[in-house]
Design a protein around this ligand. Structure first.
Ligand SMILES: O=C(O)CCC(=O)C(=O)O
Ligand SMILES: [Fe+2]
Length: 266
């Protein structure tokens, strides 16, 4: 799957632009480019490709790249393997929480559980200290599965500092996302992480986000809440959780911009 994904980004720009997304028109799937200042004033710089991978019957194949030729077949095969792994991991996490094995998968939508693929392409950056590929965040997903092209750049915030993830050939990195943190009432935590750009090499990562359907109600599960463990999060639909997070991000950006203006005018 990795060579097929990389080959897409090696295509001429005109070819890639045929798959361009259009957020303003509500078309979120496809090829996109990000060059923006984040809330801390650092430049975010990456290209990406985003499309739905699961459930199979909801895929829109017009949003999947047709070049390279093997893209669809290998990405489909990868998606099937990840889907099986999702069931296994959710069963293990459910057992750890002392609930039935199927419990987490069921609240996350069961058959309707979604997987979105995002391929991140971080260009070489001559001054990597001035730019970030993806700013510090936790994933809004339930789980995230990450593969990358062995160029270091993924960092996790651990015990008060940024730690660079090791590059282990063939290893799959699994993140707990916000939805599992909420369902477990904080027993599992959604890890803060970021993606750095590299001075010498292009970095590519493949993230599969495993999400509940938009209308699924996600709150701390009743089995993990009691008098001494009151709910730490309000129950909301996945869409409401997403909108809230986007709103807070936009607010932080606006505040940072305002502070910068004030700074410049004094
Ligand atoms: O590039 C990476 O390793 C991380 C990307 C990431 O965190 C994301 O797309 O949510
Ligand atoms: Fe992430």
């Amino acid at each position: 799957m990795a060579p097929a994904g990389k080959a897409f980004f090696d295509l001429p720009v005109e070819e890639k632009e045929k798959y361009a997304n259009d957020h303003a028109a509500g078309k979120i799937a496809g090829y996109g480019s990000k060059l923006a200042n984040n809330a801390s004033g650092q430049l975010e710089w990456e290209d990406y490709y985003f499309h739905l991978l699961w459930p199979e019957q909801r895929r829109d194949m017009t949003t999947w790249p047709k070049h390279p030729q093997e893209y669809i077949e290998v990405t489909d095969a990868y998606g099937r393997e990840i889907r099986k792994l999702v069931t296994k991991i959710l069963a293990t996490l459910s057992s750890d929480l002392g609930v039935e094995e199927e419990r987490l998968e069921r609240v996350l939508g069961g058959e309707n559980l979604e997987m979105q693929l995002k391929i991140n392409y971080y260009p070489r950056c001559p001054q990597p200290e001035l730019a970030l590929g993806v700013e510090a965040h936790t994933d809004i997903s339930a789980l995230t599965f990450l593969l990358h092209n062995m160029v270091p750049g993924l960092q996790l915030f651990y015990e008060g500092k940024w730690v660079t993830a090791k590059c282990i050939p063939g290893a799959l990195i699994v993140h707990i996302g916000d939805q599992v943190e909420i369902l477990s009432n904080g027993k599992f935590t959604s890890g803060l992480h970021r993606g750095l750009v590299n001075k010498e090499k292009v970095r590519i990562s493949w993230a599969v986000f495993c999400d509940p359907p938009k209308d699924a109600l996600i709150g701390p599960m009743k089995e993990v809440v009691d008098e001494s463990n009151p709910p730490l999060f309000p129950a909301k639909t996945f869409k409401e959780h997403t909108d809230h997070k986007l709103f807070k991000k936009a607010q932080a950006q606006a505040e940072a911009q305002a502070a910068k203006k004030l700074d410049q005018s004094t």
